[in-house]
Design a protein around this ligand. Structure first.
Ligand code: PGA
Length: 252
């Protein structure tokens, strides 16, 4: 059985005090009521990582960064390396989120470097892919996702692929209130699993956790998660309210 995951991506929200209080509340919730069906991950801004790691230590919730540097160390003012993230106690990093691709012009080659560095430093990677609206309208969604995976991920060894979680996030559904239909999500997830099978074989494809992201909320999560190739979600807006986030985790 492959792992089910629900990850909350805070993006650039919550100051230090708010973030720590929120993490504390989520941690307490899953100490009293452990989630047996899904691994729960909080994806926080860099500044929260070490404080949140301390709170989550010995609990049932995991920790992720939202980005990492494309270089291992050195004179890169303002950057945070994979080694630094690992040293906080975080186990995961999101790479290739569409907001990084769009606003910070991160291309497939750069994302491949970041992914390799993250894996080499012992992190697991939540690797995001997905098409923009114009690409879907032109029916190019499959070729776009294929390119993103081939160039961003498929240089990894089969062993390293075990530490990859893929998040399919159609860009037109992120923060817009538009959600892919459960069938659109299933169709793309099945396609992604097929690509991984072609490249790495049956076992890697079967074990790969593929998350859906894009306006996932308590009211639609159950239907999306019911699809056979959807193994959980990467949740943005709805991860900022504990009741909504935990309700989505329960939808698994
Ligand atoms: P959203 O964001 O749930 O607010 O659409 C998802 C994401 O960007 O990971």
């Amino acid at each position: 059985m492959r792992k089910k995951i629900v990850a909350g991506n805070w993006k650039m929200n919550m100051d230090m005090q708010e973030g720590l209080a929120f993490a504390q509340a989520v941690d307490e919730y899953y100490r009293v009521k452990p989630s047996t069906k899904a691994e729960v991950i909080l994806c926080t801004p860099f500044i929260h990582l070490s404080g949140v790691a301390e709170i989550l230590k010995n609990g049932n919730v995991s920790l992720s960064a939202q980005n990492c540097a494309s270089e291992p160390s050195g004179a890169y003012t303002g950057e945070v390396s994979a080694t630094m993230i690992k040293s906080t106690g975080a186990g995961y990093v999101i790479i290739g989120h569409s907001e990084r691709r769009t606003y910070y012009h991160e291309d497939d080659k750069l994302l491949n470097r970041k992914t390799t560095l993250a894996i080499d430093n012992g992190l697991s990677v939540i690797f995001c892919c997905g098409e923009v609206k114009a690409e879907r309208e032109a029916e190019k969604q499959f070729s776009v996702v294929r390119r993103q995976l081939e160039e961003g991920l498929f240089t990894l060894s089969a062993d390293d692929m075990k530490r990859i979680i893929i998040a399919y996030e159609p860009v037109w559904a992120i923060g817009t209130g538009l959600t892919a239909t459960p069938n659109q999500a299933q169709e793309m997830h099945q396609y992604i699993r097929g690509l991984v099978k072609e490249k790495y074989g049956n076992e890697s494809a079967d074990q790969l956790t593929i998350l859906y992201g894009g306006s996932c909320k308590p009211s639609n999560a159950r239907e999306i998660f019911s699809k056979p190739d959807v193994d959980g979600g990467l949740i943005g807006g709805a991860s900022l309210k504990k009741e909504d986030f935990t309700a989505i985790v329960e939808a698994i």
